[in-house]
Design a protein around this ligand. Structure first.
Ligand SMILES: Cc1cc2nc3c(=O)[nH]c(=O)nc-3n(C[C@H](O)[C@H](O)[C@H](O)COP(=O)(O)O)c2cc1C
Ligand SMILES: Nc1ncnc2c1ncn2[C@@H]1O[C@H](COP(=O)(O)OP(=O)(O)OP(=O)(O)O)[C@@H](O)[C@H]1O
Length: 304
């Protein structure tokens, strides 16, 4: 990043980009392509929502961590990410946002956004205003039409809804990759090993969207290699040891100490809801069925 001068002219993709789904990827690729054509630095303008957030973004938790979002953006060819706090620009007029922020601070020569992009105080300004402002300030504007799935625009909101319903197939299709997380592995009660299913435990940070509680066929990445796995997301009502939801994954065929590591887990199929069993013995039997099912499912997904 140091090679990019403070005053380099930029091509900027605009949006929040939670999840970096297929619609976002199209917008970002377009900004990167424009940058290459016009010798500009390919950039993304996104923002943090620490102190305040746009009303439209208050309908759910994050799909991806900030760190993983950045990694996905860089994979698409982005070289610089502008990420101010929403608070800093939320009261700007459309003109102030384009002139003072995008043009003067970030040296925008080209902007790319989606069909429904809104900006400025109370998200009052849309594509029409942006076109006019870009014309006034000599900035090239590219507006990407809606990228659809099943006839409806792909959105972070749709992905959150799919996750809440345990509909991992839809979430993964809209994301254009497998949904997952790589939170640090923390210590559990160590009961798992006594029921022949030692698990890695990962807590969801606050503000993160939780997938439906239940058991999923999954994959775990260990030292760059993918292993079939089975993940329970929930509060373990049978053992009542926790009220804080967490993800517990039994990695099939691996038995190592993962404490403190960041193990990437991706979900591929919902197997069953989390249940409160009458005994640990019943839970144990159920977990062994889950493992068998997960092995079958992962075999199919490993070929894809
Ligand atoms: C595949 C799988 C399915 C699970 N399903 C349930 C469940 O339906 N209900 C439940 O209370 N706990 C469930 N658990 C969580 C277990 O209760 C938990 O793994 C066990 O208590 C060990 O916890 P520990 O890691 O704190 O030692 C499941 C765990 C796994 C790995
Ligand atoms: N399906 C899509 N097709 C084309 N552009 C899109 C699509 N979804 C989002 N965009 C554009 O990508 C940028 C970032 O989108 P943003 O994160 O604000 O919206 P979103 O994915 O629709 O999320 P939400 O559901 O939270 O509104 C914006 O410029 C937006 O217009």
């Amino acid at each position: 990043m140091n090679s990019i001068g403070e005053n380099s002219n930029t091509s900027i993709a605009l949006g929040f980009f939670d999840g970096v789904h297929i619609g976002h990827q199209t917008v970002i690729r377009q900004a990167v392509e424009l940058a290459h054509k016009q010798s500009l630095v390919p950039c993304v303008f996104t923002f943090t929502t620490g102190h305040s957030a746009p009303t439209a973004k208050l309908n759910g938790g994050a799909i991806i961590t900030e760190e993983n979002k950045e990694a996905e953006l860089y994979k698409l060819g982005v070289e610089k990410i502008f990420c101010p706090d929403f608070e800093l620009f939320k009261d700007m007029t459309g003109e102030e946002f384009v002139r003072d922020m995008l043009l003067k601070q970030y040296h925008a020569k080209a902007l790319t956004c989606g069909f429904d992009f809104h900006f400025g105080k109370n998200a009052r300004y849309g594509i029409e205003e942006l076109m006019q402002l870009c014309k006034n300030f000599g900035i090239r504007l590219c507006v990407v039409p809606a990228i659809l799935d099943e006839g409806k625009a792909i959105s972070s909101t749709r992905i959150r809804e799919a996750l809440r319903q345990g509909d991992i197939e839809t979430a993964n299709r809209l994301l254009g990759r497998r949904y997952g997380f790589d939170f640090e592995v923390v210590q559990g009660k160590r009961l798992g090993r006594t029921i022949n299913a030692p698990t890695i435990n990962q807590h969801f940070p606050s503000g993160f969207e939780l997938p439906k509680f239940g058991v999923y066929a999954s994959f775990a990445e260990v030292d760059g290699k993918l292993y079939p796995a089975v993940t329970n997301i929930g509060v373990k009502p049978t053992v009542k040891s926790d009220h804080i939801p967490l993800a517990e994954t039994y990695i099939i065929g691996v038995n190592e100490d993962f404490y403190g590591k960041r193990i990437p887990i991706t979900l591929v199929q919902f197997l069953r809801p989390e249940m409160k069993y009458a005994s640990v013995e019943e839970l144990k039997n159920s977990i062994h069925c889950d493992i068998e099912k997960a092995v079958e499912v992962c075999e199919v997904f490993a070929l894809q």
